[in-house]
Design a binder for this molecule. Structure first.
Ligand SMILES: Cc1cc(-c2ccco2)c2oc(N)nc2c1
Length: 161
């Protein structure tokens, strides 16, 4: 039978503009995922809920205060040579306050949701973003090589929202 794997909780938030045509991404300026565009997020602290962590990371990394968020998917990443999986809770932020600011972590930029910079994003993004565009909640499991760029196996499916 399968042994339970250890996992670490993360959030990922994608702010959408009011007519749902554009999404705010951040170019990571340092650390994990450096030089990739991604949603805004990071580790969930022990003292907060996952949703609270999502709101906090969005403020810290973009300056936007989310006033409504929708959990749109779950991503699980397994790395060769690493026993701890990443459990990433993905959110769309439909309404928010504040103005977008560049942080020392992230350089924010708006993109057409149908013209994503996938060549400058994590390899998994082009696989599950179509679910977001269809409004389908998803669960995606991705097994990655140590280079964190190569997907060796994936299991991606829609779930009841
Ligand atoms: C391995 C990996 C990690 C993350 C991540 C780190 C923090 C939040 O998410 C990803 O995000 C995306 N889009 N692909 C990702 C792959």
């Amino acid at each position: 039978d399968h042994q339970a794997m250890a996992h670490r909780l993360y959030t990922l938030v994608f702010p959408l503009d009011s007519d749902n045509n554009r999404v705010l991404l951040g170019l990571k300026k340092r650390g994990f995922g450096c030089n990739k565009f991604n949603g805004f997020g990071g580790k969930v602290e022990a003292t907060e809920t996952i949703a609270e962590g999502a709101v906090r990371e969005l403020v810290e990394e973009s300056g936007l205060v989310a006033t409504s968020m929708q959990n749109c998917g779950l991503l699980l990443f397994y790395f060769e040579n690493d026993p701890v999986a990443m459990e990433v809770h993905v959110y769309l932020a439909h309404t928010y306050e504040g103005t977008v600011i560049e942080s020392d972590e992230m350089r924010p930029q708006w993109f057409d949701i149908h013209d994503m910079p996938f060549s400058q994003m994590w390899a998994d993004d082009s696989r599950w973003w179509p679910f977001v565009l269809r409004g389908e909640k998803f669960v995606g499991q991705f097994w990655l090589k140590a280079d964190q760029a190569t997907i060796t196996r994936e299991h991606l499916y829609a779930v009841e929202s």
